[in-house]
Design a protein around this ligand. Structure first.
Ligand code: IMP
Length: 176
C-alpha cells in the first residue's frame, strides 16, 4: 500500500470483477445497439479502459474534460475544458465518470448534453458517495457506493497524483 494512504477501500480484484459485471449489464441492456460512451477526463481513464474491453457492442468513444474541483473541495462551478469532437444527436449515450460526489458536475453535464438531443443518455460511475449529494441525479450503473472519505487511485487523484494506483485507497488526513 502507498505510504500516504490509511487504508485500501477496494482492491484491484474487487474493482476488476465489478467492472466486468457492469460491462455485461451494458452489453445486455443495449443489445443490438451502437453505444456512444463519453468519458469524463481525467478521472475516467482507467475505469473506461477496463470497461470498454469488456463491452461486447459497437462502441464509439469520445471525451470531455470538466473542472469543478481545486484540491479537495468542490467549487460548484463547472467549466468545460474540452468538448466532444462528434455530435451525439440520435445516439444512445452513456456518460462514464470516476465518482459522483455532490452530483453537481454530472448534473450540469447531463443538462448540457441533453440540449444536443441524444436518443437516450445514462450515467455509469465507478464510485458513488450517496451521503454527499447536493442535487438529485439518476445513476444507471454504479460500481460501488462508498462512504464520505476522500479516495484516490484507479484514475482518481489528489492534486494530480495517485491516479496510477491499481486500487482505491483513503488518503491519510495529514496528507490533505
Ligand atoms: P461532484 O461534482 O461533487 O459530484 O464531483 C465530481 C468530481 O469530483 C469527480 O469527477 C472527481 O474528479 C472529484 N471527486 C469527488 N470526490 C472525490 C474523491 O474522493 N477523490 C478524488 N476526486 C473526487
Amino acid at each position: 500500500m502507498h505510504k500516504n494512504l490509511s487504508e485500501i477501500l477496494l482492491t484491484r480484484e474487487q474493482i476488476e470483477k465489478r467492472i466486468k459485471e457492469i460491462a455485461s449489464e451494458i452489453t445486455k441492456d443495449y443489445e443490438e445497439k451502437d453505444i456512444f460512451l463519453i468519458g469524463i477526463l481525467k478521472g475516467c481513464f482507467v475505469f473506461l479502459s477496463d470497461l470498454v474491453k469488456n463491452v461486447k457492442l459497437d462502441t464509439n468513444i469520445d471525451f470531455m474534460m470538466v473542472s469543478s474541483y481545486e484540491g479537495k473541495q468542490s467549487s460548484g462551478i463547472v467549466r468545460i475544458l474540452l468538448d466532444l469532437r462528434q455530435p451525439i444527436e440520435g445516439k444512445d449515450v452513456i456518460v462514464v465518470e470516476d465518482i459522483v460526489d455532490t452530483g453537481l458536475t454530472i448534473n450540469y453535464l447531463l443538462k448540457t448534453l441533453k440540449t444536443r438531443k441524444p436518443k437516450s443518455i445514462e450515467v455509469c460511475t465507478l464510485l458513488n458517495k450517496p451521503s454527499c449529494r447536493k442535487v438529485n441525479v439518476t445513476l444507471k450503473y454504479v460500481g460501488f457506493d462508498i462512504p464520505n472519505k476522500f479516495v484516490v487511485g484507479y484514475g482518481l487523484d489528489y492534486n494530480e497524483y495517485y491516479r496510477n494506483l491499481p486500487y482505491i485507497g483513503v488518503l491519510k488526513d495529514e496528507v490533505i
